[in-house]
Design a protein around this ligand. Structure first.
Ligand SMILES: NC(=O)c1ccc[n+]([C@@H]2O[C@H](COP(=O)([O-])OP(=O)(O)OC[C@H]3O[C@@H](n4cnc5c(N)ncnc54)[C@H](OP(=O)(O)O)[C@@H]3O)[C@@H](O)[C@H]2O)c1
Length: 317
């Protein structure tokens, strides 16, 4: 198998050949056709909490980052009933199960980490879903938006991977959505059914206050830019502030405020299945900014690090 790896965070990702290993009974082998890039991929290379966890409990080196993948099942272990060889799937790798990441032409995962794909969904669209879509899904679920008639959702970072899925899912549940983005992304955010607020035109939280109160304020940018106390002041009595990005300064609020939470967008079959169904029904669409060959993963990381990606970046092995 071919993977993208580097010996240190200072060294560029490069393709190397590694031996494939035999499957265990509960595993399946997927020939990867498209890989979604997430900020966590380059953050893991730089260390940080997930990078440290990866080193402590992940598989032995070399480090292969990446979570999102879509592709075809080529082999299944003796205990796997579904999916079957030949099925098209989307999923996420999990280092806590000692699995290598998805920047590869082949991944080995378990059935509960992937969902089957109908022919109407391309590998490219599907590969946008795992981390960003599952994260958005979990937050709307956490705030119970689908069962709150007239719910209002504010998405900070509405044009990013998580933000675009959050705003579209919220709209599909019938919520009123306000999305904070820059002027260049306002037409997209508006087309997808949200009210766009330009963060370069005055204080967007002040502008949002006139459109609230909100059942969910989803902060996908960070509390250094959108302070949590200001975000909480926009909530209705039962509202929730979701911190998609967490830094140490957020820990006290996460412990003391019932209304401030964080969670992990870990891809599971359970959540990927309804996301795939939403793609099929065109309730959500995958916005792809650019696709790179896997050999150019370093360029994709540089683009993601710059923080201006609209929707998703993909890699193709
Ligand atoms: N906890 C978890 O499980 C989890 C899961 C997924 C992601 N995350 C984290 O959440 C963050 C967002 O992830 P992502 O994949 O959505 O990132 P992303 O796609 O890279 O986000 C980029 C977007 O952010 C927008 N943006 C930048 N500054 C902004 C500002 N001040 N106000 C509003 N929008 C702004 C950019 O729009 P402009 O170009 O217009 O500025 C761009 O479209 C990352 O830090 C990621 O690591 C955590």
């Amino acid at each position: 198998m071919i993977v993208a790896t580097s010996r240190s965070s200072r060294e560029s990702l490069r393709l190397v050949e590694l031996p494939s290993r035999p499957l265990r009974a509960d595993e399946l082998r997927v020939r990867v056709r498209a890989i979604g890039v997430n900020p966590v991929d380059w953050k893991m290379r730089e260390g940080g909490p997930l990078g440290t966890a990866q080193r402590l409990i992940g598989p032995p080196g070399p480090l292969v980052v990446g979570i999102d993948f879509a592709g075809e099942v080529v082999e299944v272990g003796s205990a796997v009933e579904r999916p079957r060889p030949g099925d098209r799937v989307v999923g996420g790798t999990d280092f806590s199960r000692k699995q290598r990441g998805s920047y590869a032409d082949e991944v080995i995962v378990r059935p509960d980490q992937c969902a089957e794909l109908p022919a109407s969904v391309s590998f490219e669209e599907a590969a946008c879903l795992p981390v960003a879509g599952v994260t958005a899904w979990r937050w709307l679920d956490e705030a119970d938006i689908a069962s709150k008639p007239g719910a209002r959702v504010l998405v900070l970072g509405a044009s990013g991977g998580v933000g675009l899925f959050a705003l579209q899912l919220a709209r599909s549940y019938g919520a009123t959505v306000v999305g904070v983005c820059s002027a260049r992304n306002a037409p997209l955010v508006t087309r997808l059914g949200a009210t766009a607020l330009d963060y370069n035109q005055g204080d967007p939280l002040e502008a949002a206050a006139r459109l609230g109160p909100f059942d969910l304020v989803l902060n996908a940018v960070g509390s250094a830019v959108y302070p949590s106390a200001s975000c909480r002041s926009l909530l209705c009595a039962t509202g929730l502030l979701g911190l998609v990005v967490v830094r140490p300064a957020d820990y006290p609020a996460l412990v003391t405020s019932r209304r401030t939470k964080t969670l992990l967008g870990k891809p599971t079959r359970e959540i990927l299945e309804p996301l795939v169904a939403a793609l099929v029904k065109r309730e959500i669409e995958a916005i792809i900014e650019a696709t790179f060959p896997l050999a150019e993963a370093e360029e994709a990381h540089a683009r993601s690090r710059a923080g201006k990606v609209v929707g998703k970046l993909l890699l193709v092995p």
